[in-house]
Design a protein around this ligand. Structure first.
Ligand code: ATP
Ligand code: MG
Length: 407
């Protein structure tokens, strides 16, 4: 097991920060998610550092810093335009609102800092000089693929309900089980999830959906967490089992957007209100919506239908929709492959207004004015979708003159 640490290559910036702190006489190590990821053989997404140095001492050592959360002991150190959060060893005070500690105080004892962290796998630190520091045996829990609270689960979830959601997210992300006592406490305190903001719910949901076993989100329903998290109409969606079934069937789908689209399509909820309630960004909402609509349109069976789909939803959405159809067995793999090839072949034809041989300028020159311009262009596109050979200026002008009177 130990040999996993022998070949660790830390990013040079991280090494620089560790040496800076060590050189000034402080303890310093990497901590939390990045240590867990390295142990699991994954590339860490972000690097968190922890140190016995106090925030003002951290700021004295490094040239470029940002006061990210000084009150909580976090200073961002900038090296080569990369940002690293360095947090002083800390003990959280009493939690009053079920989410945030009333106060924090600094400590010089790393083990005390690790004790405040949520799960054993997230309560490990690593210092190139000292090696792994793992007082709560996070490595053993990773080996047995188990999510377990540091300390007493009831207390830990009572302090911060977000941890309940994080447990489910990690379970979905890594496919790990949840240790029974931890699970029971999640169930007992699920109601406390009311204290968690929609933004945090969205972030965790997204990471779970992107995970190895997204259908573990069904745990939300098993522990009775749904009413505390979502408005009643969304709860209904989850409880129909749509989440569970659709994602399970779609195990072959990698992209979160596709998984979301399939979930919403299967659950028959309207995309926009659901994603808006979860504070998803506009781009994600449009992307999911296009895929859901393309799915609802089903498998196109004529060249026109294919061009029409491209025109309505765009090539990325129709390709993803085809993958979803295949992943859920609604068309066979060879059918899906054929469909993808046809989309590629048809994509060379015009399927957007801006690819038409006529544009607004031409229509103005022909004497048309006002709102009719948009209508004419839409009609031209429809004609060209039906017959791509019509996309020539003189042919379209003829059609336009025949159908639209200049007023
Ligand atoms: P990810 O891989 O998604 O970043 P992470 O575990 O690193 O997961 P972060 O939010 O980056 O999550 O937090 C870094 C570390 O801070 C965690 O590994 C954990 O040790 C600690 N931590 C984060 N959130 C909590 C919390 N709500 N309660 C206790 N400890 C937490
Ligand atoms: Mg992290």
């Amino acid at each position: 097991m130990e040999n996993r640490w022998e070949n660790i290559v830390l990013p040079p910036e991280v090494t620089e920060i560790l040496s800076g702190l060590h050189g000034a006489g402080y303890e310093a190590c990497i901590v939390g998610g990045c240590v867990r990821d390295i142990y699991m053989g994954k590339e860490p997404v972000d690097w968190d550092l922890t140190t016995s140095a106090k925030p003002d001492e951290i700021k004295r050592i490094f040239r470029r810093t940002v006061d990210t959360g000084i009150a909580h002991g976090t200073v961002t150190v900038l090296i080569e335009n990369r940002a690293f959060e360095v947090t002083t060893y800390r003990v959280d005070g009493e939690y009053k609102d079920g989410r945030h500690p009333e106060s924090v105080h600094f400590t010089t004892d790393l083990e005390e800092d690790l004790l405040r962290r949520d799960f054993t796998m997230n309560a490990m630190a690593y210092d190139p000089k000292r090696g792994i520091i793992d007082p709560y045996d996070g490595r053993a829990d990773i080996e047995r693929q188990c999510i377990r609270c540091v300390g007493h689960p009831m207390n830990r979830f009572r302090e911060d309900a977000l941890r309940i959601l994080r447990a489910i997210r990690f379970s979905a992300q890594f496919g790990f089980g949840i240790e029974p006592e931890t699970f029971e406490a999640m169930k007992a305190l699920a109601e406390n999830l009311r204290h968690v903001s929609m933004e945090r719910i969205r972030t965790e949901l997204y990471k779970a959906l992107a995970g190895k076993v997204p259908e573990r989100l069904a745990v939300l329903s098993e522990i009775g967490a749904l009413p505390a998290l979502f408005p009643p109409d969304i709860v209904k969606v989850f409880e129909t089992g749509a989440m569970h079934r659709s994602l399970f069937q779609a195990a072959g789908l990698e992209a979160v957007i596709s998984r979301l689209a399939l979930f919403l399509y299967t659950a028959k909820v309207s995309v926009r209100p659901f994603l808006r309630a979860l504070r998803f960004d506009k781009k994600t909402i449009y992307m999911v919506e296009d895929r859901v609509n393309a799915l609802a349109a089903g498998v196109p069976d004529t060249a026109y239908a294919i061009r029409k789909q491209l025109s309505l939803y765009g090539p990325d959405a129709v390709r993803d929709a085809t993958d979803i159809l295949a992943a859920t067995g609604r068309c066979t793999l060879p059918e899906a492959a054929r469909l993808q090839a046809t989309y590629r072949a048809e994509e060379v034809n015009p399927y957007r207004i801006r690819e038409l041989a006529v544009d607004g300028e031409h229509l103005l020159a022909m004497g048309y004015r006002g709102r009719i311009l948009g209508e004419i262009l839409a009609a031209c596109l429809e004609a060209v979708l039906r017959d791509p050979s019509l996309n020539e200026l003189h042919k379209l002008e003829e059609i336009i003159r025949k159908n639209y009177i200049i007023t």
